[in-house]
Design a protein around this ligand. Structure first.
Ligand code: SF4
Length: 435
C-alpha cells in the first residue's frame, strides 16, 4: 500500500505526522512523496488562519485529482475545531482521527489494525541521513488568546511525563540524532498538569544532562514562559542552543490586551534583554499578527517600534483572519484583508533588515553547525543560533556536528534561502566532526 502524508501548519503538526509515518508498518506500507499512485493520502490539517484552512481544502482537491481512486483522509486540527470540515469538498474525502485520537490509532487503521513502532513524536528534519529530531513534550493550550482556535483544536494542556521524555531522549540519541528540538503546542506549560510541580526549566535541564551526544533546541515559547529559571538553565548549559523564538504578536499594549496575551510590550523587552544579557549571540525570532481588530495605524507603528527595539533576527508575520468561535471574530474594528497584507509586507521588510544586521554581526565568529545534507551541490548546515550555512572544506556526513568560522560568501554567491543568508564555513577553521 502506498501512503502519502501531507502536513499543513506548525511543528506540533509536523511532529504528529512524523509519528504517523513511523507507526506505519514498513512490511506492508510504503510512504511516497507525490499523490500519483497513492492508495491513501493523509492530510494533517491546520486551522490557525483562514489561509491554512484554504490550503488544506486545496490540497485535498489536488489529491482527489491526482490520485483518483485513492482514499483521501483528513485529520488534525481543522477537523477537530471546525464542524463539518471537508464537507464542502466535491469528492470522496473522509475524516479520521483529530481531537485526542493519537496518530498511533490512525496508523493502526491504515496498517489494518496492526499496531507497530516504538518511536513516538520523533521527526527527522533532514532528507539525507539523521540530523535533527523533534520531540513533542506537550500538547494543548489553556491560554485562549482572543484570535486563536488552537485550544479548540488541541484541547487542554497535557505534558508528557518526565520519565517518558527521558526515554524518548535516549531513543533519539541512540538513533544517531545530534540535535534534539523540544516542542509543544504551548511548551511553556509543560509540567503544570503533572503532580510534582515540574517546570519547563527543570525539564530542559534534565534533557540537556541526558542528551550528551549533541545539542538541544527549544521551539517557540510564549513570553510568559521564558522565566529567569529557564534563562539561567540556557545560559549555564553548553548543550542548549542560543536561540529563542518568542511570539510578540503586537507591540501595542491596547492590542495585546484585546488579544488577551497577558503581557505588555515592556514585559517583552525585559524578557529579551535579560536573556541577551546572559546568553551570548542569542538569536531571537518572533511572530507578528497584523491587522487584528482595532489595530490602527498608530498601533501598528508601535509594533514596528517594538520590533526595532527587540531586533529579532527572524520574523514570521501573518495577516489576521477571523476564526469562527473566537472572541476576536465578534470584535468591532475588523480590518480589510488588504490592510492586513500590507502590514505583513512592511513587517517582513523590516525583518529582512534585522536579519541582515544579525548575520553581519556573526561573520568572523566560530559556531557549531549541524550538517543537514546536500542541496544544489552544496553541503548545508544550521548553526546553533539558527543561521543556515553552506559548508566549505571537508566532506562531513549528514547529522555530524562540526565547528567553523562564519565567513561571507564571495560577491555574486550571496543569496537568501527562506529569509536566511547562506554563509560559508572557512576552510581553515573547519575542525571536523565532533562525534
Ligand atoms: S498561547 Fe495563545 S496563540 Fe498560543 S496556542 Fe494558546 S491560545 Fe493560541
Amino acid at each position: 500500500m502506498k501512503v502519502t502524508i501531507r502536513t499543513i501548519g506548525c511543528r506540533a503538526n509536523q511532529a504528529d505526522s512524523a509519528t504517523l509515518g513511523r507507526c506505519l508498518d514498513p512490511s506492508s506500507v510504503t510512504i511516497v512523496d507525490g499523490f500519483a499512485g497513492a492508495d491513501v493520502v493523509v492530510i494533517n490539517t491546520c486551522c490557525v488562519t483562514a489561509e491554512a484552512e484554504r490550503d488544506c481544502r486545496k490540497m485535498a482537491r489536488r489529491a482527489l485529482r491526482e490520485a483518483p481512486g485513492s482514499r483521501v483522509v483528513l485529520t488534525g486540527c481543522a477537523v477537530t475545531a471546525i464542524e463539518n470540515f471537508g464537507k464542502d469538498i466535491e469528492g470522496d474525502v473522509e475524516v479520521r482521527g483529530g481531537g485526542d485520537v493519537p496518530m498511533e490509532e490512525l496508523a493502526a487503521w491504515i496498517n489494518g489494525k496492526k499496531e507497530i513502532g516504538p518511536d513516538r513524536d520523533i521527526q527527522s528534519f533532514s532528507g539525507a541521513g539523521r540530523s535533527r529530531a523533534l520531540l513533542k513534550v506537550q500538547n494543548g493550550c489553556d491560554h485562549h488568546c482572543a484570535y486563536c482556535v488552537v485550544p479548540a483544536a488541541r484541547g487542554p494542556e497535557r505534558s508528557m511525563p518526565m520519565d517518558e521524555v527521558l526515554d524518548n531522549v535516549d531513543r533519539i540519541a541512540s538513533s544517531g540524532y545530534r540535535e534534539l528540538v523540544l516542542t509543544g503546542v504551548q511548551m511553556g506549560a509543560w509540567g503544570r498538569d503533572l503532580p510534582h510541580g515540574h517546570s519547563l526549566a527543570k525539564l530542559v535541564e534534565a534533557v540537556a544532562d541526558r542528551f550528551d551526544v549533541g545539542r538541544i533546541r527549544l521551539s517557540s515559547l510564549e513570553p510568559w514562559s521564558v522565566g529567569e529559571d529557564l534563562i539561567d538553565v540556557m545560559a549555564g548549559h553548553g548543550r542548549i542552543c542560543p536561540h529563542l523564538h518568542i511570539p510578540m504578536q503586537s507591540g501595542d499594549d491596547g492590542i495585546l490586551e484585546a488579544m488577551g496575551r497577558g503581557y505588555t510590550s515592556a514585559d517583552l523587552v525585559r524578557v529579551i534583554e535579560r536573556a541577551r544579557a546572559v546568553i551570548p549571540d542569542l538569536a531571537v525570532g518572533t511572530d507578528v499578527l497584523c491587522g487584528f481588530p482595532g489595530e490602527t495605524d498608530a498601533a501598528f507603528d508601535n509594533t514596528l517600534a517594538l520590533l526595532r527595539e527587540i531586533k529579532p533576527f527572524h520574523v514570521h508575520a501573518f495577516p489576521y483572519s477571523s476564526r469562527p468561535g473566537t472572541r476576536a471574530a465578534t470584535m468591532s474594528g475588523q480590518q480589510s484583508r488588504q490592510v492586513a497584507r500590507e502590514r505583513v509586507r512592511v513587517v517582513l521588510g523590516l525583518g529582512e533588515e534585522m536579519f541582515t544586521g544579525f548575520v553581519e554581526g556573526q561573520i568572523g565568529k566560530v559556531r557549531e553547525v549541524i550538517v543537514e545534507g546536500r542541496r544544489s551541490g552544496e553541503i548545508n548546515g544550521l548553526t546553533d543560533n539558527f543561521i543556515q550555512v553552506a559548508l566549505s572544506g571537508g566532506d562531513p556526513s549528514p547529522g555530524a556536528l562540526v565547528t567553523g568560522r562564519l565567513t561571507n560568501l564571495p560577491p555574486g554567491e550571496h543569496h537568501r534561502d527562506h529569509h536566511r543568508v547562506v554563509v560559508l564555513l572557512d576552510r581553515q577553521a573547519h575542525v571536523g566532526e565532533l562525534s
